[in-house]
Unconditional design. Sequence first.
Length: 404
Amino acid sequence: MLLEFSVENFRSIKERLTLSMLAAEEETDLEQNLIHTDAYREGAILRSAVIYGANASGKTNVLRAFEFMVYFIATSHRLQKGDKLIEVSPFRMDESCANSPSKFEVIFIHEGMKYAYGLALDQEQVHEEYLYSFPHGKQQLIFERKNTTDYEFGSDHEEQSLLAKRTLGNASYLALATQFNYSKANQVFDWFAFQTHPWVTLYGLPTFHHTVDIMVDDENSRDMVMGILKSADLGIRDVGINKYEINPRLPQKYDIRFFREIIREGIVESFDFKYEEESKGTQRFFNLLGPVVTVLEVGALIIADELENSLHPLMMEQIVKLFNDPVHNPHGAQLIFTTHNTNLLDQRLFRRDQIWFTEKKPETFSTDLYSLCEFVPRQDEDYEAGYLNGRYGAIPFFGKEFLF
């Protein structure tokens, strides 16, 4: 369960920015949008968050930073000595940043324990890395790494020292320690590897395979997928799936058919359509449902860039409602996404602390990230109109020379 994510000196981001999933104390609306857990008694946690901003304002880079951190932890143990970390890209419009490491920090809850993990690196090496746990709310060091090779450990000194000696300068100690089955690293690595699902650039968007697999393998998951499909008013009454193999050495092929019914003169007629015959919007909605259902079942996190592509606004709203609803989301799954769909700027759907904006700072051309909580809308204010009218910033600006 994500509490906060911070990033500094990465792509269009210069100064430290923090995306917080902690509920603002002054907000009292939409209580169902909050998660309460004994693992974090300081307050409530948000089930979802949305980021708006003009093109090239940096909203994707906020998510891309999180995705990079997850990808680096998951794969850096495969690096060879001297391999460059080409995905590390510091802010380029300030020379001092170009020669400084990019920094990332995430605070999260996993298996009832709060953790803080941080990382600072450039294309050559990891400069800093640390991990703390918070048993009973008290900060406890697991490891801290400075100047690439200087380590400090909170416990298991002999075991961790041996692991540190095996860790290359360009690799994550957390990833290496997991490869050697160090238990305290395993718990944290599992959160990155299995509880986070970044759909930005490196991992890509889900295909239909996940949805098909859970519908074939799990009756409860199939029922949930079908329930969502039916509620989306696509006219789909059932989905037929047949697997077949052309060659045992090749991936399985699928024949997916969507069954629809119409009533003519009191007679029900059934029709079936191949997956390939459906609209891009229907295909994308179907592709998303498998991962969404799985995440809801296990209480994981989805981070997605422009999730609404090819989707009708009401379909996107339906997905958001699934995450915000404690009945459909009893395990505290979270959704964070960017969008240009202003129809979702509705105070019946989101609290102010769930709505975020990105904007380029005119003096540095770097990304700024801020919450709607920084403004004081009227009780009945139309968030969508306020945003489109420029009250909250984060919209495109067309100069006088822009003429039609």
